[in-house]
Every structure is written in C-alpha cells, then in structure tokens.
Design a protein around this ligand. Structure first.
Ligand code: LMR
Length: 332
C-alpha cells in the first residue's frame, strides 16, 4: 500500500514537471477597431486560425475587435509600447503616425476598380511602402482591402453643391479633410468608435465609408441617404511591433509569414462580396435610400476633386504619385 502511494506521488510529480516544462505559447494580441463581421474582422479571425495551426500551437493569437482594447487615438502608441503585437489600421491613419506617403490611398478617384488597386497594393509599390515603416519600430506585413467609400448624409448628395455647409466626419487624414473642403463641406476628424453617436446627436451631418463599415456600425439608423460615389478607397496596413517580430524564432516567423500571405489572399478575395452583401442589407433595411450618380454628376465630382491631387503632390512625393498613375491610368 505504501509503495502504491509513493508510486502515485512520483507519477504526480512527473506529470507536474512535464506540464511545467511545456513552453508557454507566444501570444499575439491583435487589436482592431471594426466589427467582427467585416472584411478586416473576418481576415483577423482567419489569420488567428491559420497562425495557430501552422505553428502547431506555439503561437496563440488573441483578437480584440471593435476597439475593445485600443481605438484610433491610442492603438499605434500601444503597438510601439508593446502593449499589443499586431494592428491593421486604415492607411489614412498612418499619416499622423509619421508616414504621410500612405495617405496617397486617400486621394479621390485614384482607383476605379479592385484590379487597378491590386496592381499597386500587391505589387512592388505596396511592398516598398510597407518597408518604409521599419524605422518607426513597426514591421509592415501586408495590405488588406476593405473597399470603396460611399458618401452618406441626411440629405441626398447628388450635385457638388449639395455638400455645401455639411459637417462631414472623416478619418484623421489631411487629404480627406481637403477632399471634403473641395466639395464645400466642413471636415470633422472623429474616431471610428464615435461615428454612430456623432451622427445620432447631429454633431456631424454625414460621413464616408464602404458599405461593410456603414452597415455593421448601424449607420442606416442615422443616415437617410447614401450615394454610390465610390470616390475613394479604404484599406489597411497589417503591422507588427518590430522588436517582437524580429525576436520570434525563425521557424515561427516563417510560419506566420506564410499564414499572413494566405490570409491576405483571403482578405482581398472576400472584401468585394462582403461590401456587396452589406450594401444589399442597407437597401433591405429600408432606412437609407441608396442613390446613383448620373455620368454628368460623377464627372462634376471628379473635376472638383482632382484639385486635391495637385494640392498634395509635394507631401506625397511626385515619384510615388507618378508611379501609381502609371499603374492606374489616372490623370488628374
Ligand atoms: C474609419 O475610421 O472609418 C475606418 O478606418 C475604420 C476601419 O478601420 O475600417
């Protein structure tokens, strides 16, 4: 009997030692500001699944959607301070972070289609832009799509003059502010998490976003009209804390890079359909009337907004701008 007790005790100790010897998983805290049911939300969840599988559990990804941990105002500082390991801010939000060349993606009507866009984001220009983040303590891992932004307000926006005097929420981007001014509106930079409330309380009159963000933020409850303007693009840079990323064991980093490559394909494959489905849901809600522009109206918007390209050429850099125009065929 005594022998049995000793035997159990030894077995117990061995089991405890085995548990203690198990390496702790590397935790990646991945924070973002949108709903789970959006292109970015779905891509983050996909990356989690793939990263954990590909590293055989050596890595555990904790995704924090809806700005639950950090929002527009503090997420980049949190990444640099090592409070989170990964983010996917919109490209517009990298301007205030000291990377104004990313604001090039905010230029109105720069891309007419996802095909044109991918020649830039998924080609050498996109890779070159991501590399420029290195000196800021950040590794640029990938560029993910959301989609094309549509204008909304409580009055129909068809003619450029319809914008006059409207307070329009924008992301914190100088180009987006200039875009609203060029249309005769007053830009109001507001954090994403505050948009619904700002519209509900009429602190602002309108906004711009792809349908996936519009619908998942329930903006159909506070915006009577959406114009299918597709006047600008919203996309994301997936970034990681550089010290963390460079310090990963080489095999883990390789597995994560593979997972990111596949996730980027997935993200950019679903973005279009996600936005089409969201637009259909907005229409079905019966609360927001969806308007189309005539070709003359669209030509007027384009004409008015092309001034913004010229205005920001110096800040973005002529070479970068010309290289993008070459890919897209855009002529300001
Ligand atoms: C916004 O602030 O409108 C967007 O950047 C939110 C997002 O991350 O899609």
């Amino acid at each position: 009997m005594r022998l049995l007790v000793v035997g159990f005790a030894v077995a117990g100790l061995l089991a405890a030692a085995a548990v203690a010897a198990q390496p702790q998983p590397i935790v990646i805290r991945f924070s973002h500001v949108v709903a789970e049911d959006t292109p970015k939300g779905k891509a983050a969840a996909y990356f989690k699944k793939l990263a954990e599988k590909r590293t055989g559990g050596k890595v555990q990804v904790e995704v924090y959607p809806n700005g639950a941990r950090y929002g527009d105002d503090d997420e980049l500082a949190a990444l640099r301070a090592g409070k989170v390991e990964m983010l996917a801010p919109s490209l517009a939000k990298l301007g205030p972070f000291g990377a104004p060349e990313f604001e090039v993606f905010d230029l109105p009507y720069l891309f007419d289609s996802y095909e044109e866009l991918h020649r830039v984001t998924q080609g050498p220009i996109g890779a070159g832009l991501l590399k420029r983040l290195g000196p800021k303590g950040v590794v640029g891992l990938a560029l993910w799509d959301n989609g094309f932004k549509q204008m909304s307000a409580n009055r129909p926006l068809r003619k450029v003059d319809d914008f006059r005097g409207l307070k329009m929420r924008v992301q914190s981007s100088k180009i987006l502010e200039a875009q609203m001014r060029a249309l005769g509106a007053l830009p109001e930079p507001i954090a994403f998490s505050e948009v619904f409330r700002a519209l509900e309380t009429e602190a602002v009159d309108g906004t711009e976003n792809p349908p996936s963000n519009f619908y998942t933020q329930r903006l159909q409850e506070v915006q009577k009209f959406m114009t299918l303007s597709s006047h600008g693009y919203l996309g994301y840079a997936v970034i990681a804390n550089k010290k963390f990323w460079d310090g990963l064991p080489a095999d883990v980093r390789r597995a994560l890079e593979g997972a990111m490559k596949e996730t980027t394909q997935y993200a950019n494959d679903i973005a279009r359909t996600e936005n089409e489905n969201a637009l259909a849901a907005v229409k079905e809600s019966g609360r927001t009337q969806v308007l189309r522009l005539s070709s003359e109206e669209k030509a007027d918007w384009k004409k008015r907004l092309s001034a913004v390209h010229r205005q920001f050429e110096g800040q973005i850099g002529r070479d970068l701008l010309q290289a993008i125009y070459k890919e897209t065929g855009f002529e300001p």
